[in-house]
Design a protein around this ligand. Sequence first.
Ligand code: TXA
Ligand code: MG
Length: 330
Amino acid sequence: MAIFNVTSETINQAANCLKKGGLVAFPTETVYGLGADARNAEAVKRIFAAKKRPENHPLIVHLANIEQLSDWAKDIPDAAFKLAQHFCPAPLALILKKRPEVDYAVTGGQDTIALRVPNHPVALELLRKFGDGIAAPSANRFCRISPTRAQHVADELGDDVEMILDGGACQIGVESTIIDLSGSVPMLLRFGQITRRELEAVLQTQILIPDAIVQSNVRTAGMMEVHYAPTTKAVRCENAVLNEFIKTESQKIGVLACGSKISATKNCKIFTLPSDPVAYAQGLYATLRELDGLKIDLILVEQPPQNEAWQAINDRLSKATHYVESIIDD
Ligand code: TXA
Ligand code: MG
């Protein structure tokens, strides 16, 4: 087992492992990342192999501080410095034009690069010890649920990663907000804890959300049809539909409730996450993993509220489950 408790010694060991081209999984405030030396194309290729992720799917490069942005990006607009100074370290990734020497292995062949200064003491310590950018996607297999505990990484990637630094449960639980500042208008590419409104308040300008991103050449986070998905069939519905269905159902069902009380029946196991979006997000992926491990026929997710505070959660749920108005047994 490659899980290590965090000490200054194991962080040094992890930094050395990265320098030698190894893979190190480490905690961030959002989800666990699968790290490699972002200047080492061979090491970066090992990330894609371990995740079974297509090589045209770009990675986020993690940095210890915002001064390092210019080591990786060129023509950085004022908007990027404004956001970086206001939020970082933060669950926010900035897409900027890449410097010419940055290898296309990291950017999936694109001329832009995603950069992020994570707000987590272990990640920051590792980045400082390592001294340069660490490329790190979420430490899960391609299209599966992101890990929010060290054990999730071990379960999924096992021996494909040299070290897993155990920083406990991730505080935020869903991936960072991604904003693209490489074009003429800022675009929000992924919803996260930092909302569009908060970003707009700092930039004093409108941020667009591309609706045709799926058809474009840019392959971005969670914009694919299937993403963040459990292997068990999973649907999402309103509370009333859910309650009606489980009363009579004979299949083995797992329910993910949002705050509300749902009475368990013989074939049905209930998991309840808090009705507060911050606490719900923290527990979401771990609970989906647990439900997925139950060997049941169906996962039913109660539809949470649909306002901005729930936007990142609803975005991930819409990738993991299908919304249904009624449930018809098949
Ligand atoms: O919270 C997070 O961002 C976590 C932690 C580990 O930092 N990382 C993460 O990485 O979620 P990943 O690779 O699972 O998702 C990053 C997304 C990718 O889906 C990728 O498509 C998008 O960022 N991305 C990276 N570079 C891009 C670029 N140049 N243009 C557009 N999208 C980009
Ligand atoms: Mg991911």
